[in-house]
Design a protein around this ligand. Structure first.
Ligand code: CNA
Length: 239
Protein backbone atom coordinates (compact mmCIF):
# COMPACT_ATOMS: atom_id res chain seq x y z
CA UNK A 1 0.00 0.00 0.00
CA UNK A 2 1.43 3.44 -0.83
CA UNK A 3 1.87 5.99 1.92
CA UNK A 4 -1.08 8.21 0.91
CA UNK A 5 -3.42 5.19 1.01
CA UNK A 6 -2.04 4.27 4.45
CA UNK A 7 -2.60 7.86 5.62
CA UNK A 8 -6.18 7.77 4.32
CA UNK A 9 -6.83 4.41 6.00
CA UNK A 10 -5.51 5.72 9.34
CA UNK A 11 -7.68 8.85 9.05
CA UNK A 12 -10.75 6.73 8.22
CA UNK A 13 -10.13 4.64 11.37
CA UNK A 14 -9.76 7.71 13.64
CA UNK A 15 -12.25 10.06 15.22
CA UNK A 16 -10.12 12.28 17.43
CA UNK A 17 -7.17 13.37 15.30
CA UNK A 18 -4.77 16.05 16.50
CA UNK A 19 -2.49 17.90 14.10
CA UNK A 20 0.77 19.27 15.50
CA UNK A 21 2.50 21.65 13.10
CA UNK A 22 5.20 24.20 12.55
CA UNK A 23 6.50 26.76 10.11
CA UNK A 24 6.66 24.22 7.24
CA UNK A 25 2.84 24.24 7.15
CA UNK A 26 2.91 27.84 5.93
CA UNK A 27 5.84 27.81 3.48
CA UNK A 28 3.44 26.87 0.66
CA UNK A 29 1.54 30.05 1.58
CA UNK A 30 4.74 32.03 0.97
CA UNK A 31 5.88 32.51 4.59
CA UNK A 32 9.52 31.43 5.06
CA UNK A 33 10.31 28.97 7.87
CA UNK A 34 13.39 29.20 10.11
CA UNK A 35 15.54 26.19 9.30
CA UNK A 36 15.08 25.35 5.59
CA UNK A 37 17.86 26.44 3.19
CA UNK A 38 15.92 29.58 2.27
CA UNK A 39 14.57 29.98 5.83
CA UNK A 40 15.32 32.95 8.07
CA UNK A 41 18.20 31.21 9.86
CA UNK A 42 20.12 30.92 6.60
CA UNK A 43 19.84 34.61 5.74
CA UNK A 44 22.41 37.18 6.93
CA UNK A 45 21.33 39.70 9.57
CA UNK A 46 23.31 41.99 11.86
CA UNK A 47 22.37 39.75 14.79
CA UNK A 48 21.35 36.07 14.72
CA UNK A 49 17.54 35.56 14.55
CA UNK A 50 17.55 33.86 18.00
CA UNK A 51 18.99 37.09 19.42
CA UNK A 52 16.58 39.39 17.58
CA UNK A 53 13.62 37.27 18.67
CA UNK A 54 14.58 37.27 22.35
CA UNK A 55 12.88 39.25 25.08
CA UNK A 56 16.12 40.90 26.17
CA UNK A 57 16.69 42.17 22.60
CA UNK A 58 13.08 43.42 22.42
CA UNK A 59 13.67 45.38 25.65
CA UNK A 60 17.13 46.71 24.75
CA UNK A 61 16.78 47.30 20.95
CA UNK A 62 13.06 47.86 20.30
CA UNK A 63 13.62 49.71 17.01
CA UNK A 64 15.70 46.91 15.51
CA UNK A 65 13.27 44.33 16.88
CA UNK A 66 10.28 45.98 15.19
CA UNK A 67 12.18 46.49 11.94
CA UNK A 68 12.92 42.73 11.82
CA UNK A 69 9.43 41.85 13.02
CA UNK A 70 7.67 43.95 10.39
CA UNK A 71 9.84 42.87 7.47
CA UNK A 72 10.39 39.20 8.31
CA UNK A 73 7.61 37.99 10.61
CA UNK A 74 4.50 39.88 9.51
CA UNK A 75 3.10 38.58 6.25
CA UNK A 76 -0.50 39.71 6.17
CA UNK A 77 -1.13 38.97 2.49
CA UNK A 78 -0.52 35.20 2.90
CA UNK A 79 -3.51 32.92 2.31
CA UNK A 80 -4.19 29.45 3.76
CA UNK A 81 -2.94 26.59 1.57
CA UNK A 82 -4.33 23.09 0.95
CA UNK A 83 -2.98 21.81 4.30
CA UNK A 84 -4.74 24.50 6.36
CA UNK A 85 -7.96 24.00 4.37
CA UNK A 86 -7.98 20.20 4.68
CA UNK A 87 -7.39 20.37 8.45
CA UNK A 88 -10.35 22.76 8.80
CA UNK A 89 -12.50 20.34 6.76
CA UNK A 90 -11.42 17.39 8.93
CA UNK A 91 -12.50 19.32 12.03
CA UNK A 92 -15.83 20.23 10.47
CA UNK A 93 -16.38 16.57 9.56
CA UNK A 94 -15.94 15.65 13.25
CA UNK A 95 -12.66 13.76 12.62
CA UNK A 96 -10.15 16.22 14.04
CA UNK A 97 -10.34 17.56 17.58
CA UNK A 98 -7.56 20.17 17.58
CA UNK A 99 -4.71 21.83 15.75
CA UNK A 100 -1.66 22.55 17.90
CA UNK A 101 0.63 24.97 16.13
CA UNK A 102 3.95 26.66 16.71
CA UNK A 103 3.01 29.18 14.02
CA UNK A 104 1.99 32.72 14.77
CA UNK A 105 0.44 33.58 11.40
CA UNK A 106 -3.24 32.83 12.11
CA UNK A 107 -3.69 30.88 8.84
CA UNK A 108 -5.44 27.91 10.49
CA UNK A 109 -8.20 30.18 11.78
CA UNK A 110 -8.35 31.95 8.43
CA UNK A 111 -8.94 28.54 6.82
CA UNK A 112 -11.83 27.89 9.22
CA UNK A 113 -10.26 25.82 12.04
CA UNK A 114 -11.94 26.50 15.40
CA UNK A 115 -9.91 24.67 18.04
CA UNK A 116 -6.38 25.93 17.54
CA UNK A 117 -3.75 25.99 20.30
CA UNK A 118 -1.19 28.61 19.32
CA UNK A 119 1.80 27.65 21.43
CA UNK A 120 3.83 30.69 20.36
CA UNK A 121 1.02 33.24 20.24
CA UNK A 122 -0.27 35.20 17.26
CA UNK A 123 0.65 38.26 15.21
CA UNK A 124 -3.08 39.08 15.30
CA UNK A 125 -3.06 39.92 19.02
CA UNK A 126 -1.10 42.99 20.09
CA UNK A 127 -1.29 44.81 23.41
CA UNK A 128 -0.13 48.06 24.89
CA UNK A 129 2.37 47.18 27.59
CA UNK A 130 1.14 50.09 29.73
CA UNK A 131 -2.68 50.20 29.50
CA UNK A 132 -3.45 46.83 27.89
CA UNK A 133 -5.32 48.25 24.85
CA UNK A 134 -5.57 45.86 21.87
CA UNK A 135 -4.27 46.53 18.36
CA UNK A 136 -4.56 44.75 15.01
CA UNK A 137 -1.72 43.25 12.98
CA UNK A 138 -2.48 45.89 10.31
CA UNK A 139 -1.78 48.61 12.89
CA UNK A 140 1.58 46.95 13.61
CA UNK A 141 2.37 46.68 9.89
CA UNK A 142 1.57 50.31 9.21
CA UNK A 143 3.36 51.74 12.24
CA UNK A 144 6.83 53.28 11.96
CA UNK A 145 9.66 52.56 14.37
CA UNK A 146 8.39 51.38 17.74
CA UNK A 147 4.55 51.13 17.67
CA UNK A 148 2.99 53.19 20.44
CA UNK A 149 -0.45 53.37 22.02
CA UNK A 150 -2.20 56.72 22.56
CA UNK A 151 -1.18 56.45 26.22
CA UNK A 152 2.49 56.34 25.16
CA UNK A 153 3.05 52.65 25.97
CA UNK A 154 4.84 50.31 23.55
CA UNK A 155 2.51 47.92 21.70
CA UNK A 156 3.93 44.40 21.95
CA UNK A 157 2.88 41.50 19.72
CA UNK A 158 1.49 38.55 21.65
CA UNK A 159 4.17 36.23 20.29
CA UNK A 160 6.32 34.17 22.62
CA UNK A 161 9.90 35.41 22.36
CA UNK A 162 12.95 33.42 23.37
CA UNK A 163 13.36 33.77 27.19
CA UNK A 164 9.57 34.09 27.61
CA UNK A 165 7.35 31.28 28.82
CA UNK A 166 4.40 29.69 27.07
CA UNK A 167 0.85 30.43 28.21
CA UNK A 168 -0.30 27.90 30.82
CA UNK A 169 -3.85 27.53 29.52
CA UNK A 170 -2.64 26.97 25.96
CA UNK A 171 -0.18 24.32 27.19
CA UNK A 172 -2.81 22.44 29.17
CA UNK A 173 -5.32 22.54 26.28
CA UNK A 174 -2.71 21.28 23.82
CA UNK A 175 -1.38 18.56 26.11
CA UNK A 176 -4.87 17.36 26.97
CA UNK A 177 -5.90 17.20 23.28
CA UNK A 178 -2.73 15.30 22.34
CA UNK A 179 -3.11 12.85 25.25
CA UNK A 180 -6.70 12.04 24.20
CA UNK A 181 -5.96 11.80 20.45
CA UNK A 182 -6.42 8.52 18.57
CA UNK A 183 -4.16 9.78 15.76
CA UNK A 184 -1.41 12.39 15.79
CA UNK A 185 -0.23 13.98 12.55
CA UNK A 186 2.98 15.97 12.97
CA UNK A 187 3.80 18.17 9.99
CA UNK A 188 6.14 20.91 8.79
CA UNK A 189 8.25 21.13 11.91
CA UNK A 190 11.90 20.41 12.62
CA UNK A 191 10.88 19.53 16.22
CA UNK A 192 13.90 21.54 17.35
CA UNK A 193 12.19 24.19 19.52
CA UNK A 194 11.42 23.24 23.12
CA UNK A 195 9.25 22.96 25.14
CA UNK A 196 6.80 22.85 22.19
CA UNK A 197 8.46 19.88 20.45
CA UNK A 198 8.26 17.82 23.66
CA UNK A 199 4.46 17.96 23.67
CA UNK A 200 4.24 15.26 20.99
CA UNK A 201 5.47 12.80 23.64
CA UNK A 202 2.04 12.99 25.29
CA UNK A 203 0.63 10.94 22.41
CA UNK A 204 0.45 7.25 23.26
CA UNK A 205 -1.60 5.80 20.38
CA UNK A 206 -0.59 3.73 17.39
CA UNK A 207 -1.26 6.14 14.53
CA UNK A 208 1.60 8.61 14.58
CA UNK A 209 2.27 10.20 11.20
CA UNK A 210 5.19 12.51 10.29
CA UNK A 211 4.84 14.66 7.18
CA UNK A 212 7.94 16.76 6.55
CA UNK A 213 10.14 17.72 3.63
CA UNK A 214 13.20 16.30 5.34
CA UNK A 215 13.86 13.71 8.07
CA UNK A 216 13.31 14.75 11.70
CA UNK A 217 14.73 13.38 14.97
CA UNK A 218 11.29 11.91 15.73
CA UNK A 219 10.86 9.80 12.58
CA UNK A 220 11.86 6.57 14.35
CA UNK A 221 8.80 6.93 16.65
CA UNK A 222 6.38 7.29 13.74
CA UNK A 223 4.07 4.61 12.34
CA UNK A 224 4.16 6.39 8.97
CA UNK A 225 6.72 8.89 7.62
CA UNK A 226 5.96 10.89 4.48
CA UNK A 227 8.74 13.11 3.13
CA UNK A 228 6.98 15.64 0.93
CA UNK A 229 5.28 19.01 0.76
CA UNK A 230 2.49 19.02 3.30
CA UNK A 231 0.01 20.96 1.15
CA UNK A 232 0.43 18.45 -1.66
CA UNK A 233 0.11 15.52 0.75
CA UNK A 234 -2.95 16.84 2.61
CA UNK A 235 -4.68 17.71 -0.65
CA UNK A 236 -4.85 13.95 -1.31
CA UNK A 237 -6.59 13.20 1.99
CA UNK A 238 -10.13 11.91 1.50
CA UNK A 239 -12.81 12.80 4.01
P1 CNA B 1 11.51 25.18 11.47
O1 CNA B 1 12.51 24.83 12.50
O2 CNA B 1 11.84 26.27 10.50
O3 CNA B 1 11.23 23.83 10.66
C1 CNA B 1 10.38 23.80 9.55
C2 CNA B 1 10.36 22.37 9.02
O4 CNA B 1 9.36 22.29 8.03
C3 CNA B 1 11.68 21.94 8.39
O5 CNA B 1 12.01 20.64 8.87
C4 CNA B 1 11.35 21.90 6.89
O6 CNA B 1 12.01 20.85 6.21
C5 CNA B 1 9.87 21.63 6.90
N1 CNA B 1 9.14 22.15 5.74
C6 CNA B 1 9.31 23.34 5.11
N2 CNA B 1 8.40 23.47 4.14
C7 CNA B 1 7.64 22.34 4.15
C8 CNA B 1 6.54 21.88 3.38
N3 CNA B 1 6.02 22.60 2.39
N4 CNA B 1 6.02 20.66 3.67
C9 CNA B 1 6.54 19.90 4.66
N5 CNA B 1 7.58 20.28 5.43
C10 CNA B 1 8.12 21.50 5.18
O7 CNA B 1 10.11 25.54 12.10
P2 CNA B 1 9.42 24.97 13.41
O8 CNA B 1 8.01 25.41 13.34
O9 CNA B 1 9.74 23.57 13.67
O10 CNA B 1 10.17 25.83 14.53
C11 CNA B 1 9.50 26.41 15.43
C12 CNA B 1 9.51 27.96 15.33
C13 CNA B 1 9.41 28.56 13.96
C14 CNA B 1 8.29 28.40 16.02
O11 CNA B 1 8.69 29.16 17.11
C15 CNA B 1 7.49 29.25 15.05
O12 CNA B 1 6.86 30.28 15.75
C16 CNA B 1 8.49 29.77 14.12
N6 CNA B 1 8.03 30.28 12.80
C17 CNA B 1 6.71 30.45 12.51
C18 CNA B 1 6.32 30.92 11.27
C19 CNA B 1 4.86 31.09 10.97
O13 CNA B 1 4.07 31.46 11.83
N7 CNA B 1 4.44 30.80 9.73
C20 CNA B 1 7.28 31.22 10.30
C21 CNA B 1 8.64 31.07 10.63
C22 CNA B 1 8.99 30.58 11.89
Amino acid sequence: MDSISTLNRMIAESSSIVFFGGAGVSTESGIPDYRSVDGLYNQKFRYPPETMLSRSFFDSHPEEFFDFYRTKMLCLTAKPNAAHLKLAQLEQAGKLSAVVTQNIDGLHQQAGSKTVYELHGSVHRNRCMRCGASFTAEFMQQSDGVPRCECGGIVKPDVVLYEESLDGEVISGAVSAISRADMLIIGGTSLAVYPAAGFVNYYSGSRLVMINLEPTPYDHNADLVINGRIGEVMEQVEI
